[in-house]
Ligand binder design. Structure first.
Ligand SMILES: [Zn+2]
Length: 380
């Protein structure tokens, strides 16, 4: 009987301890959860739209009423009246700058036409026509455009777009050619690396490089892309030092398409994080054939890969898909990708495009809800 009572007592004490533990855990859990959430949302500084703000303004909407605090607009669409109105609504203005897309340029400047491993002029990769990134005339052409843009408008930043060797990564079946084997690129590679490429056809030369210096070739190509960002950074420092340098880029991890982000596109994050203030991975889930959940997973992976310090540059402000292309993006899906784009170490968000949101009341409501939530959370 005594033993039983003791056992009962022990059991009772055990239950008391367990329930205290449970209460403690129940109190602790929300605190831990809140502190994690706070860490993420407090960092969110940019609630953006990508594209012309006109479709909102045409409807009599003010963007600051929708929670937006930044617009990212193609450099050719910016004018003084747009900047004036954006400033009156407290918006930051960032210019998207098409960098290595030479769709019309190569028609008049055949010297800038990128060459494939067979010695042929490359074909457009759907709507994209990458130029040869080492062609000096084209480089100067873009540099002049950038200087003129920075001198004309007081911008908050330049977002480089199409910063990669010729390819198409936005489709479920990407186009990933080997370029560029023009005389200029072969000479520059040969001089920079200090090797002599044997004489022969372009096909012979490219094969010799793949067989003997493939790693150096891939590294060199990444360096060429990095040098574009370095040139841009130096011009910004000189003309408008407070402006940020951002980049829209392919979001693939190191394995996707056999490492094509670095191997074919020439994007090396370790190099780019030296010059880039803000990375904007183009996480267009539907265009690329992914589920909406992929967006958050990708952004978490990217933040860890860059090894970011939350309070320092570079930062991550992803761009997610709102446009109904190729299929319909439902409101819930749009909300899921907006939230996914804010995952991990992201501190900003925008969507492709302003038109896709402005034409759909449901998407306007989703954007406003998510952005107003971010404002509220940042106050707490
Ligand atoms: Zn070339």
């Amino acid at each position: 009987m005594k033993i039983l009572m003791n056992n009962n007592k022990s059991f009772f004490r055990l239950m008391q301890i367990c329930s205290r533990c449970l209460i403690f855990l129940l109190i602790l859990l929300p605190i831990t959860n809140t502190s994690c959430k706070k860490e993420t949302t407090d960092l969110v500084k940019v609630r953006g739209i990508y594209g012309n703000p006109k479709p909102f303004w045409d409807q009599g909407l003010n963007l600051n009423d929708l929670g937006v605090n930044a617009i990212f607009v193609h450099s050719g669409s910016i004018d003084s009246s747009m900047i004036k109105r954006a400033r009156s609504e407290g918006l930051k203005v960032f210019a998207e700058f098409a960098t290595l897309n030479g769709k019309n340029y190569v028609d008049n400047h055949p010297e800038a036409w990128a060459i494939n491993e067979k010695g042929e002029k490359i074909e457009a990769a759907t709507w994209f026509m990458g130029v040869c990134p080492t062609e000096p005339g084209f480089r100067q052409y873009r540099i002049n455009q950038l200087e003129a843009l920075l001198l004309k408008y007081d911008l908050d930043g330049i977002w480089m777009d199409y910063v990669h060797w010729h390819a198409q990564f936005e489709d479920p079946e990407p186009i990933l050619p080997e370029t560029c084997f023009c005389d200029g690129c072969l000479d520059k590679f040969s001089n920079d690396i200090g090797i002599e490429i044997p004489t022969g056809t372009v096909r012979d030369k490219s094969q010799w490089i793949f067989d003997n210096h493939d790693t150096s070739w891939r590294d060199w190509r990444c360096k060429v892309i990095f040098e574009w960002t370095l040139d841009f950074k130096n011009i910004i420092k000189r003309v408008n030092p407070k402006a940020l340098l951002g980049i829209y880029h392919c979001p693939w991890n190191d394995e996707e398409f056999n490492g094509a982000r670095r191997r074919i596109l020439g994007l090396d994050y370790n190099l780019l994080k030296e010059t880039i203030d803000v990375f904007s991975p183009m996480v267009y889930h539907q265009k690329m054939g992914y589920d909406p959940e992929w967006v958050g997973e990708n952004i978490k992976w990217f933040g860890n890969t860059l090894g970011l310090d939350n309070n320092a540059f570079p930062k991550i402000w992803p761009i997610v898909q709102a446009a109904n292309d190729p299929g319909i993006i439902l409101n819930e899906e749009f909300e899921a990708v907006l939230r996914g784009g804010l995952a991990g170490k992201s501190s900003g968000i925008m969507m492709f495009t302003s038109y896709a949101v402005a034409e759909d009341d449901g998407k306007i409501k989703v954007m406003k809800k998510v952005y107003k939530e971010l404002i509220e959370k940042s106050k707490n």
